[in-house]
Design a protein around this ligand. Structure first.
Ligand code: RIB
Ligand code: CA
Length: 312
């Protein structure tokens, strides 16, 4: 079994991605770490704790960074993820699970040491916790087998014309992670903007009333309604990062040297790629450039159903 820690800013699409990761047969989620992003960390961490208990997955859930490294950004709630981060969905408060006492960066380091170089990371929010682990523990990076992240883009942004949210929210952290030498795969807007679910996917999930199916269908319902009200489409940004790790045939990739811009007036938060080798630097990112959407949608629905079989 491949061993993962899932670092996220749950978030409607993060929650679906977590359920899909729990539903993947060949990976074990060792813990979930929370970071300020879609909503403030105090909502993100409670969402993660409540979500794990709701799904029946008793894994460690840790608090994490409440500010980005630059201390410049803490989200206000908005229509994309709603006040608490799960849209209109209210999960029951966890009664059995309690927060792990370790902060995210400490937990990440301890798991990396325990797994002796086999630990993989799924990162679907701003990279603050990962950057802190790199900063605080000099031998952390060399112990990470692979980092799979939703973030950035080779072309265009969704917060500014050039910056994607997860990188924009903490570009200094992204720069530290991209410069760390950790082998990594970027699942950016180039592919995630195409990863759109259809009403029949929601209907398929509603055929059985089990926790992961019910929650995912309810989140999709919230997203369809959000789209009808002029908001973001039913886009599975974060679940596509999980697919990259466990269903690599869903996408096609290109290797680039990439870094995150931290200073530009128009480009802060942009992940820029060296397309023609002009930097003289070796590629550090395996970037997803195209996606088989039908294959992804089928994989996601099957993974959510399998989550209930494993934990329900
Ligand atoms: O830009 C999309 C990303 O920002 C996703 O991870 C979503 O959850 C938000 O965090
Ligand atoms: Ca996210």
């Amino acid at each position: 079994m491949r061993k993962f820690v899932f670092d996220c800013d749950t978030g409607t699409d993060d929650a679906i991605a977590i359920a899909a990761a729990f539903g993947s047969d060949d990976i074990e989620i060792l813990g979930i770490t929370s970071v300020n992003g879609n909503v403030r960390e105090e909502f993100v961490s409670v969402n993660n704790l409540n979500l794990c208990e709701y799904l029946g997955a008793a894994v460690p859930v840790c608090h994490g960074a409440v500010w980005p490294l630059s201390c410049g950004f803490r989200n206000k709630s908005d229509m994309t993820h709603g006040k608490t981060g799960l849209g209109s969905i209210v999960l029951p408060d966890a009664e059995k699970l309690k927060f792990d006492e370790r902060i995210a960066s400490r937990f990440l380091y301890e798991k990396a040491m325990e797994c002796s170089g086999e630990l993989e990371l799924l990162v679907t929010g701003p990279m603050t916790n990962i950057a802190l682990a790199i900063i605080q523990y000099p031998d952390f990076s060399e112990k990470i087998r692979h980092l799979w992240f939703m973030g950035g883009s080779v072309w265009g942004g969704n917060v500014t014309t050039t910056a994607e949210f997860n990188i924009w929210a903490d570009p200094e952290a992204a720069h530290i992670v991209l410069s760390s030498g950790i082998p990594m795969t970027m699942v950016g807007l180039d592919v995630t903007l195409k990863a759109i679910m259809e009403p029949e996917d929601m209907e398929e999930l509603r055929k059985e009333n089990t926790p992961a199916r019910r929650l995912t269908a309810d989140l999709l319902d919230f997203m369809f309604d959000r789209y009808r009200r002029g908001g973001e489409n039913v886009i599975m940004h974060d679940a596509l990062a999980v697919a990259a790790a466990v269903c690599p045939e869903c996408m096609e990739y290109q290797d680039y040297w990439m870094d995150a811009e931290t200073r530009g007036e128009y480009t802060r938060g942009h992940t820029y790629a060296d397309f023609r080798g002009r930097s003289g630097k070796q590629p550090n990112v395996h970037a997803a450039l195209s996606v088989n959407v039908e294959m992804f949608r089928h994989w996601l629905v099957r993974s959510i159903e399998n989550c209930d079989r494993k934990f329900g």
